[in-house]
Ligand binder design. Structure first.
Ligand SMILES: [Cu+2]
Length: 284
């Protein structure tokens, strides 16, 4: 069965540049055995990334095929035996203009959707809510400033015996980041001590979490489920063991979760200390 699956995957990979779209159809929000292409896309940004990737695959396939054909022609028709008296032509204006202009046209055709995607990713639309993700050595802390300002830590479930049935090994966490479906969520990221990176493949987001500054990204998940990601900036010994688990639920379920979370987790209501309140440096 495994062998057949392997063959089928191979056949799919060879047969069509559409393979990425094909492979991402209805799979869970985490890596799977023999997976090809991307993880399931559940946001408009990731949809765009997938279609841009497929578009590039068509272009690169055409270029590689064209170059292969040219090479074969040269090998067969212009080798020393088939063509003992080579032509001494050194210039061909039409050909030179063509091989300069054609790559320019191809690059412009790639640049247009590429920049559109970049702006789509980087311009956060009006957000329905904000969550803050703080990368720490080696776990994540999530805050909900719009929903009561509670805050909690999210740690990997290290003991495999304690994994729930739907939790994948090395990805399952004790406290998931919970967000409502079909809402634009702004994610603020920062780092507590070193640089981490907040990345969730199904959402098409990956952004550094840097100490001393706040980065911003966004997603709008259009399907309920649980979507996994990992820290994506080498941050030290346990870099591989600080996964990100995002549970996308209905708005009603989210509100219920918020009211429970407010009881369960610590709040951060203290006013920030003003500069004057900081212990003064003793003068000499
Ligand atoms: Cu890391």
């Amino acid at each position: 069965m495994l062998k057949f699956k392997r063959l089928a995957a191979l056949a799919a990979a060879i047969s069509s540049p559409l393979v990425a779209t094909f492979a991402t159809a209805a799979e869970p929000g985490h890596p799977t055995d023999w997976q090809l292409g991307f993880q399931t896309s559940v946001t408009p940004v990731m949809d765009f990334i997938v279609s841009f990737h497929d578009f590039l695959l068509y272009i690169i396939t055409a270029i590689a095929g064209f170059v292969l054909v040219l090479l074969l022609i040269v090998i067969v028709r212009f080798n020393a035996r088939a063509n003992p008296l080579p032509s001494r032509t050194t210039h061909n204006t039409l050909l030179e203009v063509a091989w300069t202009m054609l790559p320019v046209v191809i690059l412009v055709a790639i640049a247009i959707p590429s920049f559109r995607l970049l702006f789509f990713q980087l311009n956060t639309p009006a957000a329905d809510m904000t969550v803050k993700a703080t990368g720490k050595q080696w776990y994540w802390t999530y805050s909900y400033p719009d929903n009561g300002n509670f805050e909690f830590d999210s740690l990997l479930v290290r003991d495999e015996a304690k994994l729930k049935p739907d939790q994948p090994r090395l990805l399952g966490v004790d406290n998931e980041l919970v967000v409502p479906v079909d809402k634009t969520v702004r994610v603020l990221t920062t780092g507590a001590e070193v640089i981490h990176a907040f990345a969730v493949p199904s959402f098409g987001i990956k952004i550094d979490a840097i100490p001393g500054r706040v980065n911003e990204t966004w997603f709008k998940a259009n399907r309920e489920g649980i979507y996994y990601g990992q820290c994506s900036e080498l941050c030290g010994r346990d870099h591989a063991y600080m996964p990100i688990a995002v549970r996308v639920v209905s708005e009603q379920a989210f509100n219920t979760w918020v009211s429970e979370a407010k009881q369960k987790f610590a709040r951060d209501d203290a006013a920030p200390r003003s500069v004057a309140a900081v212990d003064p440096v003793p003068s000499r």
